[in-house]
Design a protein around this ligand. Sequence first.
Ligand code: NDP
Length: 284
Amino acid sequence: MSASLIDGKALAAQIRGNLAERVVGIRSAGLVPGLAVVIVGDDPASRLYVNMKKRACDELGIYSREHALAASTTQGELLDLIRSLNEDSSIHGILVQLPLPKHLDEQAVIEAIRPEKDVDGLHPQNLGALVAGQEGFVPCTPAGIIKLIKSTGTEIQGKNCVMVGRSNIVGKPTALLLLRENGTVTICHSRTVDLPAVCRQADILVAAVGKAALIKRDMVKPGAVVIDVGTNRVDGKLMGDVDFEAVKEVAGYITPVPGGVGPMTIAMLMENTVKAAVSLQANR
Ligand code: NDP
């Protein structure tokens, strides 16, 4: 058996196409959605992601403004910038590209972003809303993961869902979204005992660890939906957390890396930016 590929690139293109049409309508009503992207230092991966986000904005008719700051930027300078963006009426979404250089306090920076402009969904107010089942911004990668799973026609309700990884950016919010969809959710991490046995229970398996090929064929239940969030550079090649070639022989559906979760993350960022613009305008 060979798994069906979940084409994140195609799904993301479809979502961006729908959003572009929506933006035309919004702009004709006099509102131009605006995203500020803040990048600190010169990490090549961060630069690549920022460029992709700016390109997506251009394609959709969203105004984007880049703030590229030197690696030596102080916490105070960064917080001043965030505060000015919070007040800037042409900016509806603020995205700080992570990770930040080590001397900066990432959590304090996230908390400085006005929750209504927190299109990455990482502010404690938005994460809290997710826990409480309230309206707020959902982090982009987890939101994209749910859409990828649904695109297979798989119903999440009642399924055994295993989330490998418990970061605030991916693991925890994805687990909460799976729970919101009435999945039965298990969260694994570096202290999990017998990860293979837990993973084998999964009808839906999501891996967000950052270790190439951690998820082996014998850890996957036949027919499972496998979502690979990992992005690992191995000999210059991008690889996921799943041993793709072997696992695709047993899974029912699988995302490739690249071309799975990554494009969806950007599409969800665009969706959140449009949502922020519309709701800030409505609440003015
Ligand atoms: P973190 O490093 O913040 O979290 C990794 C998680 O994996 C931790 O919870 C850690 O456990 C767990 N872990 C580490 N080793 C093991 C192990 N051997 N078995 C089980 N769990 C383990 O990473 P992120 O969540 O930020 O990112 C994960 C991956 O996803 C990375 O490769 C990242 O590049 C990628 N990514 C991709 C995105 C995309 O759009 N495609 C977006 C965001 C991330 P513990 O908590 O115990 O330390």
